[in-house]
Design a protein around this ligand. Structure first.
Ligand SMILES: [Zn+2]
Ligand SMILES: [Zn+2]
Length: 240
């Protein structure tokens, strides 16, 4: 009986899985997410990274321009790392996951995020993974919050529980087309602590799909810190 159910599930899964590459659209022999050529372009974020925000540093040093000197200590989110670089194939995967609801992409992202998690002892002290929330009407429309899906898969691998500690109180404009300064303004006051959640003295890892200017992560961290969180770190699947 169990076997039968498995076959049915496999059939359903393979029915929904495209047999073409999510990025370039070529036909695939195996049920992979991308063709070999596109998979080769998928790269981990590597090299010299800013010690706080994890942005790759072209000319060395410890911090990027935005985190240098006294600036580093003013941030509420003390540590950000991302698994993969944002490029054509990884953007295609995030797009298919978020907007075309290919949820089978999430375990892949969680796996690469776990590799990044393992690299940094900073993450091991955290008590909870906190997904960056999306506005409730948007979540209702999409059917899920992509950050929460990633957090749940990652939590299963790394053993850190997921806590929906934040809610989005403002349905903000999409950040993608906004310049750096406007992104900060756009998310200002967009988050609040979820009802009945106690964060005092706890350490958290914010989870999201993409990190661009880290304005969203910083605003989430500010809310948690103001409510008494001990430390707020962040981990995202992609770095733009
Ligand atoms: Zn391809
Ligand atoms: Zn930095």
């Amino acid at each position: 009986m169990k076997y039968k159910i498995k076959i049915i599930i496999d059939k359903i899964v393979s029915f929904f899985l495209p047999r073409t590459c999510f990025c370039c659209g070529v036909d695939l022999k195996n049920k992979t997410l991308l063709c070999e050529k596109c998979f080769k372009k998928v790269e981990f974020v590597k090299g010299m990274l800013c010690q706080r925000c994890g942005v790759p540093l072209k000319s060395g040093g410890k911090y990027c321009y935005n985190c240098r000197g006294s600036k580093a200590s003013k941030y509420k989110c003390s540590f950000i790392r991302s698994a993969l670089q944002f490029n054509e194939p990884t953007r295609a995967l995030v797009h298919a996951f978020k907007y075309e609801k290919y949820l089978n992409i999430a375990p892949y992202f969680a796996e690469v995020m776990y590799r990044t998690y393992r690299k940094y002892p900073e993450y091991r002290e955290a008590d909870f993974l906190v997904p960056v929330p999306i506005y409730k009407s948007r979540q209702r429309k999409r059917g899920f919050n992509q950050a929460e899906v990633l957090a749940k898969h990652l939590g299963k691998i790394c053993g850190t529980p997921v806590l929906n500690a934040l809610v989005r109180t403002k349905n903000t404009e999409s950040q993608t087309k906004l310049p750096r300064e406007q992104r900060k303004e756009n998310v200002l006051g967009a988050f609040a602590l979820a009802k009945g959640v106690e964060v005092k003295g706890q350490a958290f890892i914010l989870i999201d799909d993409v990190c661009t200017t880290s304005a969203t992560l910083e605003e989430c961290a500010r809310v948690l810190k103001e409510a008494g969180a001990r430390e707020v770190l962040a981990l995202t699947a992609l770095r733009e």
